[in-house]
Design a protein around this ligand. Structure first.
Ligand code: DGJ
Length: 724
């Protein structure tokens, strides 16, 4: 019974073995937060702040007291702080006095219409209906608690139970009020080629947060935030993570009020958003995940990773080994022909690679990024035998074949644009602002989606693909749809992303055996919404090994290695000009879905031999590398070293990776304590044959050799051999 309701105290308690989430009904009406943290059996009335125990309280509270209460669903009514939901009635006024109407506890969890969401196997959900009696508007809050991961899923559904239209102006997914503000606040921010860097600062009274108004989760920000107790580390202290299952504009914020109550909320960005609801209609918010750890930030990440592996990623590859790929992008960019691709593929066979991926430039007359998006027919100048002919030859070499597409976009220089100039998102009379010389298709429109699904699936069939890289290379501004009436134009952002999801659902469903990887100009849509359709995403366009250490470190706060596309590329690196050893580039890429992105025909045979050895090792260790429990040992953020390790669930295998940035003169070999092993087991380093006790490795440490040269790395592949 992971969810209970105690009628005498009007308390809802969601729990698993480690975590409790408790709220109660103040005065039988208003759901107020009591506790989210370590598992407790209950919280007695006398411990709860008196003014929240309504109406017996000596303050003789009335509705104005909502401003004091830690409301589970604040609505700017009585409570004057930031709210979670805001609606405007036909009268033009906007009160929403939500009070308890009913609740239901169900197994599993309801699906969220067109929105992606975590599956609810083995979970239990609470459906709590609140209603404003005057207008009839209801809000249904859904809470799900999992036994296998310390995550509470939350979402809200706004139902117009009245007799006139309403407009929803703000519809966030979750709100939690924390007593006090003695926390540090972390968000992930960045830019193209340097995504998801953690930034931490103390909470202060007032507003703080992160958001994206770019129509996508973006490279600049991430739909994630974290509160940590003061002094929390990777292994100690409390961490509260919030993540959103959504790929459009979002907001994640904390508002610290005049009593130092910290209100944390996450959901769809209110900017450029509203939704009209006729009587009887409903609006569903995306799902938010609230993750608690009393084992530091590392514990939080491992819970998020379990959520991803057990409840988010789906399909044939969700828990399977991933093919080792070679992508031609950094090898050729747009300048290739069939023979060049085949020469790369032949070398890939010698290098023992599984999959050849043809990136951008195979369609229309796309010799650079100025044209042809939307014209998904083969460029026979480059591929005289078309995709079909190339794919056949690649398959004949014994390789799988993969293809790049960017289905959501349209180039002004394209046959599609000339035929349908109103199919893009645009505002009549204003310039159509291009980014990377392209515009965005209006995917709120059925006929646009039907067309795209038709031409993309035809290309994938023609190419007989085993893998697809689904790219999206610009963000959205000048929102306007030729298809929506004026009073629904503000719905376009959300309608568009629902359209993206609809296309992804329809296309991926037709290719159940194909591995899909999402991408957005690097890591511009690295969010849980995308992961519901495609189990891996290109982490960043930055393939420099040291930058990768930083980006993969930040990304791993929420996402496991199985989600992070990571490739070995050429040196000097194309984004930084830096040269790093091949071994280090491989070691870093092994902590993601492994591949190559360089011209193999230019590598000497010794490098190819080394690559063969890396591939053998990756194949052998992929289960632990991709699906093991992650422990971050050294942070490259502002530091000179990066180190992390993955441990199999049974603790019998582990891979440890350590990277130095700069070599410093007069250094000594160092000691690094490992984590997550079984202290009673003996582990063998499978390269050297040497054995060590789990206790020794964790409580004494392993020797890290001082570097001779910059960007040196070491890896240890450990396997349990016997009990100590
Ligand atoms: C952006 C991606 O991140 C790159 O890997 C590559 O696919 C280009 N787009 C192609 O245009």
């Amino acid at each position: 019974m992971p969810i209970t309701y105690d009628g005498s105290t009007q308390c809802f308690h969601l729990f698993n073995d480690r975590v409790s989430y408790i709220f109660r009904l103040a005065g039988g009406k208003y759901p107020i937060h009591v506790h989210w943290g370590r598992r407790v059996r209950r919280v007695r009335d006398e411990l709860i702040e008196r003014r929240t125990i309504w109406p017996e309280d000596a303050f003789s509270l009335n509705e104005t007291a909502l401003d004091f209460l830690p409301l589970e669903c604040p609505t700017y009514t009585g409570d004057l702080r930031e709210g979670m939901i805001h609606v405007i009635h036909a009268s033009g006024m906007s009160p929403l006095l939500l009070a308890y109407e009913s609740h239901e506890i169900v197994e599993d969890k309801p699906s969220l219409g067109g929105l992606p969401s975590a599956r609810g196997e083995g979970a239990q959900s609470l459906l709590l209906t609140l209603r404003d009696e005057v207008s009839g508007v209801a809000v249904e809050l859904c809470y799900t608690v999992y036994a296998d991961t310390d995550v509470i899923a939350r979402s809200a559904r706004i139902v117009n139970g009245g007799s006139t239209d309403i407009v929803v102006n703000k519809a966030l997914s979750a709100c939690v009020d924390f007593e006090g503000c003695d926390y540090d606040f972390t968000t992930l921010c960045g830019a193209w080629a340097r995504e998801r860097r953690p930034y931490t600062r103390p909470l202060v009274p007032g507003d703080q947060g992160t958001s994206s108004a770019r129509g996508a989760s973006s490279v600049q920000t991430s739909p994630f935030m974290m509160l940590t107790s003061k002094g929390a580390t990777e292994t100690e202290g409390e961490a509260y993570g919030f993540a959103l299952c959504y790929s459009g504009g979002f907001e994640a914020s904390v508002h610290v009020d005049h009593h130092y109550i910290s209100r944390a909320m996450i959901g769809i960005q209110p900017f450029n958003f509203s939704w009209k609801l006729a009587p009887g209609e409903a609006f569903q918010t995306p799902e938010a995940y609230l993750c608690y750890s009393c084992e530091g930030i590392g514990g939080m990440s491992r819970s998020f990773h379990r959520l991803v592996h057990s409840h988010i990623t789906t399909g044939k590859y969700a828990r399977a080994p991933r093919p080792l790929l070679i992508n031609n992008w950094e090898a050729t960019y747009f300048a290739f022909d069939e023979e060049k691709l085949l020469s790369l593929a032949r070398r890939a066979v010698e290098a023992d690679i599984d999959l050849f991926v043809l990136d951008d430039g195979w369609f229309g007359h796309r010799d650079d990024d100025h044209s042809s998006l939307g014209d998904w027919f083969d460029d026979t100048r480059k591929l005289p035998n078309g995709l079909a002919g190339l794919s056949e030859k690649i398959h004949a070499l014994g390789l799988k074949f993969g293809l790049w597409v960017e289905p959501e976009m349209i180039s002004p220089d394209s046959e599609l644009y000339r035929a349908h100039p109103d199919w893009c998102i645009h505002v009549p009379g204003y310039p159509r602002i291009e980014s990377r010389n392209q515009l965005v298709l209006d995917l709120s429109r059925d006929e646009v989606r039907d067309h795209v699904v038709g031409v993309i699936t035809a290309a994938l069939r023609r190419a007989n693909v085993d893998y697809v890289k689904w790219d999206m290379n610009r963000f959205i501004t000048m929102w306007g749809s030729a298809d929506l009436p004026a009073d629904r134009q503000q719905e376009l952002g959300h309608r568009h992303i629902l359209g993206v999801y609809d296309m992804m659902r329809r296309i991926t469903a037709q290719f159940p055996d194909v591995l899909f990887e999402s991408c957005a100009g690097g890591g511009g849509r690295f969010d849980l919404g995308m992961m519901c359709f495609m189990p891996q995403a290109w982490c960043t366009d930055d393939t420099d090994a040291w930058m990768r250490c930083q980006i993969q470190h930040g990304t791993s706060l929420v996402f496991p290695a199985s989600c992070m596309g990571a490739h070995v590329s050429a040196v000097p690196n194309h984004q930084t000009g830096r040269s790093t050893p091949l071994r280090t580039r491989a070691a870093v890429a092994m902590n993601g879905t492994y591949g190559y992105e360089l011209d193999l025909t230019k590598l000497p045979d010794e490098d190819i031999a080394e690559i063969r050895a890396f591939n053998k090792r990756v194949r052998e260790m992929q289960p632990v590398l991709l699906y093991g429990d992650l422990y971050r040992l050294r942070s490259p953020i502002g530091g000179n070293e990066a180190a992390w390790m993955s441990v199999s669930p049974d603790k019998r295998e582990a891979v440890v990776t350590h990277v130095f940035a700069q070599a410093i003169p007069n250094m000594k070999d160092g000691l690094m304590r490992l984590a997550g092993l079984d202290e009673t087991l003996t582990y063998q380093d499978i390269d050297t044959g040497k054995t060590y006790g789990g206790d020794e490795l964790m409580y004494y440490g392993i020797r890290v050799t001082k570097p001779w040269g910059d960007y040196m790395s070491q890896q240890w592949f450990l396997r349990a051999v016997k009990e100590d």
